[in-house]
Ligand binder design. Sequence first.
Ligand SMILES: *Cc1c(COP(=O)(O)O)cnc(C)c1O
Length: 482
Amino acid sequence: MAKKGSKKVKKIRKVLKAKKEAKKLNIILPKDEVKIFLPEKQIPDAWYNILPDLPVPFEPYIHPGTKKPLTPDDLAPIFPMALIQQELSPKRWIDIPGEIIDIYRLWRPSPLYRAKKLEKVLKTPAKIYYKYEGVSPAGSHKPNTAIAQAYYNKKEGVKRLSTETGAGQWGSALSLAGALLGLEVEVYMVKVSYQQKPFRKSMMETWGAKVYASPTDRTEVGKKILAENSDSPGSLGIAISEAVEVAVKDPNTKYSLGSVLNHVLLHQTIVGLEAKKQMELAGDYPDVVIASCGGGSNLGGISFPFIYDKVTGKKPDLRTVAVEPTACPTLTRGLFDYDFGDTGQMTPLIKMFTLGHKFVPSGIHAGGLRYHGDSPLISLLHKQKIIEAVAYDQNPVFEAALLFTKNEGIIPAPESAHAIKAAIDEAIKAREEGKKKVILFNLSGHGHFDMVAYDDYLAGKLKDVPLTDETLKKGFESIPKI
Ligand SMILES: *Cc1c(COP(=O)(O)O)cnc(C)c1O
């Protein structure tokens, strides 16, 4: 014991006083970290493949013509062999090549934040953590797979990648990857977005990509659509068909997809693997993991390494929540069935939750969440009740985004704001139940190119139109019977 009046007691008094002062001034002391960084050395050196750990077998992709399970050779004209092998690999861990890690170092490991101020305004006993993927040069999680895909294509001698983009996030990520790895990139950008989002286009061109307003007269599909309607605004379905056609016709060109497929979710697991180490440093483990869900890649990325603990019995109570827009409620209102990945019926049939490949969602601002289908892995895990799903209207999502921005500073992408809304709701529920839960969500990107959406929200111009059962039924009618 230190003696009264001794040096040691004086020191303790001083520390206590400083703590009190800090509390008064709302200063956060070093032991309660706000950002948890990992050193570069700790970038994971293998991706986690969830396929061998699924509770039920993965249902094969089906060839649209023969209706038989797809073979690797069927995919060879559009994807490099390394990615085709990753798609159905039985191996739990897949090594990340050193060249890819070297590029990841430009922004990885990404920070994990504790949303201290948000917790305070919500008066919640819950701890809220978020992994921030907006630090990548393209501003979202998408470069995690774009870099890997460009790398494997380059290694197999491919000269050019073709792809589609809607809002422009994926096109930007692949253009960045093309620049860093020395590959040409051709982006078919949905015509309305091309006109409405000129700066995403400028970004892609700055990285050296060629960007075309789809439909174009460069492909047979495009020509056919333009002949029917020269003013066609385009759609993601049409743009996919154009990009695939270009790849099929040219032996030096392959096609690249930014979400949905297993190899894309595999590459994104780097997010969850880092988050797991960071949560450990923070001395916590999440009770619930939350992410927005369009095609499912940022959700699979952050959650699969944690779901591994659930399916192996280590953390049986772990919850995972997929958040989607009510305008495109694939998991919450869709059917679990085989369907095409695109409107033009060029892709294989995939067993997934779907609203029907002809379903056209209304023009909400979260463009990255306007997809009729979903990752087959996420779909299977939702069907097995391992992943829950919720859907929100645009206005409450933007309201949550503003509350977040005003307390945490970062302006989120409208897609990511869906995860914020669900995290806030979980924190409020914890307050009501008086529970100390730990919440982790993925802040998949920043919203710097989405200011028109924020303008519309601030001007009170966003509309939430309910999606009727009749509209849904029409979409379901396009699901093929096999
Ligand atoms: C593309 C995108 C999404 C949705 O795609 P997922 O494959 O479901 O992750 C979410 N957030 C951002 C920032 C995106 O760019």
